[in-house]
Design a protein around this ligand. Structure first.
Ligand code: SF4
Length: 216
């Protein structure tokens, strides 16, 4: 989870302490906080698996407490500089109130009556959207596992207009691993075939794609 909160700047110090206390309460010992202090904008990263119901419950309760902290204790904002995605869409009405949310829904309906554009993102009827369809990131290898798919490499990768960026390579490595884990042999074979050119033969020698998975 990579978040993007805003707090009133004069209470930012206390807010940092409160977020750290939530890390402790929910045992996110690896949580890190960074951001743009002069703007009252905090990012933080926590990581966890979603393998069991307990994992998902922990994430759910952490989210409830966090968003309660931001909205009710600090009158802050759930999004400061990035957009609202699946993890926050269930809380948009809580943040802006039912009247503003109704206006958002009407606007969305005017622009996109068939709800084709980004369904379930920002505007959603699913009040548990943040814990549904969680993206599984399987363990692949040390170098790949460090990637949080932030996308910063998209702009700087010299091969981006020809082939895959590091993030895209990593996303495909993870997809291949998921297929291995679920026994999808045909899907894995097809991805590996395409990966030879897109992932191996046209890389910019960045080291992330030095070995084709499963073909050592
Ligand atoms: S490889 Fe790219 S997407 Fe992954 S953490 Fe590094 S910059 Fe972000």
């Amino acid at each position: 989870m990579l978040e993007d909160l805003a707090f009133p700047i004069e209470r930012l110090g206390q807010a940092v302490t409160d977020v750290q206390l939530l890390f402790e309460k929910y045992k996110y010992e690896n949580g890190i906080i960074f951001g743009h202090a002069k703007d009252g904008n905090l990012h933080f990263v926590i990581s966890q698996g979603f393998f069991t119901k307990e994992d998902i419950d922990r994430f759910e309760h952490f989210n409830q407490d966090l968003f309660d902290l931001v909205l009710n204790k600090y009158d802050g904002a759930l999004k400061a500089e990035h957009s609202t995605g699946r993890a926050v869409s269930a809380f948009v009405e809580k943040e802006w109130g039912p009247a503003a949310y109704r206006v958002m829904k009407r606007l969305k309906n005017v622009i996109d009556p068939a709800n084709l554009l980004n369904p379930g993102i920002i505007i959603t009827e699913d009040k548990q959207a943040h814990v549904h369809d969680l993206k599984v990131m399987p363990v692949v290898e040390e170098e790949v596992d460090k990637c949080i798919e932030c996308g910063y490499c998209e702009q700087s990768c010299p091969s981006r207009d020809l082939t895959l960026t590091p993030r895209r390579r990593i996303v495909i490595r993870r997809a291949i691993k998921r297929m291995e884990d679920t026994g999808d042999r045909a899907g894995r074979k097809a991805l590996l075939k395409d990966y030879r050119y897109d992932g191996m033969e046209t890389g910019a020698v960045d080291g992330m794609c030095g070995e084709l998975p499963g073909e050592h």
